[in-house]
Design a protein around this ligand. Structure first.
Ligand code: SF4
Length: 332
């Protein structure tokens, strides 16, 4: 997708505004709420039709919870999820099922865990269509053949069970199942992290081909900066439930502004090129604080090499520093 396409505001398929997902911590005989884990704590970003948004961050930063909350597998604590102009954060389960469920699908990290081992490929792929009363019997079979072909399977595979497929093939099934209902938006949560590097490339290529073919929009969640760089148009960096920086891939990877992004980027090996200086590795001190007790002020201040006094006192505003480049940091 080119820069020009970004500028059309009406292209937004998804707008996430100050989204929060807090999990209560219960204790004692009466299971009273004594605190909360702020897994997602004020996330805002937009997704334009046909683009791929990458969401990166260390494990425990809340990116997977964010993905599941976007699709309402988790109930949001607060905030808005505007999907095709409607706030689905507050929609009843019935309305969600009737009007939105089939339009947003999820691809999971471990397809094996999400595939019923007692069902054949045919049953797995036709089940969503039956649940949503989509197509008659004949069209369902046509759609099944189309899906099988789209993800590169031999049509004879439809009677096989999940254990008869390899890891990469199982992820193809996960993708085909997500496509069964002709969705607009796919949230992919670490879709290639469990696969060998050579298989990762095949799945990424398949996802890119399908995007081109079907006009899909992706939110691609991963801890792997190189994979995200390959597939994304714009990228958001999360830390302790918050978006630290959000920008076009070029801006984020070539000129990261937030100290946390700079630290992440400094760990990515850069191929040696004449005239290009290797980045100095920034080692962060300490561990990721607990989302049950995040630091006051800027949540990154306990590890930030650029922190000043104000950082521990005031939450930095998440602001648009230049067109389409958002940063939450007192330095700016
Ligand atoms: Fe570092 Fe302060 Fe910026 Fe937070 S606000 S990233 S602590 S400089």
């Amino acid at each position: 997708m080119n820069e020009q396409a970004y500028k059309k505001e009406s292209d937004y398929i998804l707008e996430v505004k100050d989204l929060k997902k807090h999990f209560p911590i219960k204790a004692g005989f009466l299971q009273r709420t004594v605190g909360s884990i702020k897994a997602v704590d004020g996330l805002s970003f937009t997704v334009k039709r046909g683009e791929t948004i990458g969401i990166v961050g260390e494990s425990g930063c809340g990116k997977s919870t964010a993905g599941r909350t976007l699709i309402r597998l988790y109930e949001p604590t607060s905030g808005e999820i505007i999907f095709k102009g409607r706030n689905i954060a507050k929609m009843s389960e019935g309305e969600l099922r009737r009007s939105v469920r089939k339009d947003i699908q999820m691809v999971f990290q471990d397809p094996y865990a999400s595939l019923n081992p007692r069902k054949t490929l045919k049953a797995i792929l036709t089940e969503p269509m039956i649940t949503h009363s989509l197509y008659g019997q004949k069209e369902r079979m046509e759609k099944l053949n189309e899906l099988v072909e789209k993800v590169g399977f031999n049509p004879l595979f439809v009677n096989r069970y999940p254990h008869e497929f390899s890891g990469g093939q199982r992820q193809r099934i996960g993708i085909a199942r997500a496509l069964a209902l002709n969705p607009d938006l796919i949230i992919a949560d670490e879709p290639v992290s469990a696969l060998d590097v050579s298989i990762q490339a095949q799945i990424i290529n398949l996802m890119e081909d399908l995007q081109e073919d079907l006009g899909l929009t992706y939110v691609f969640i991963s801890h792997d900066l190189s994979v995200v760089r390959h597939i994304s148009d714009r990228v958001g960096v999360m830390y302790l439930g918050k978006m630290m920086e959000f920008a076009s891939k070029k801006d984020l990877y070539e000129d990261p502004l937030h100290p946390y992004t700079q630290a992440l980027m400094s760990a990515v090996p850069v191929p040696k090129k004449k005239g290009v200086q290797a980045r100095e590795r920034i080692i962060l001190k300490g561990d990721l604080p607990s989302p049950a007790n995040p630091p006051q002020g800027c949540v990154f201040h306990t590890r930030c090499p650029a922190a000043t006094e104000i950082c521990s006192q005031m939450v930095p505003e998440y602001k648009e520093l230049k067109k389409d480049h958002f940063v939450a940091c007192h330095l700016y």
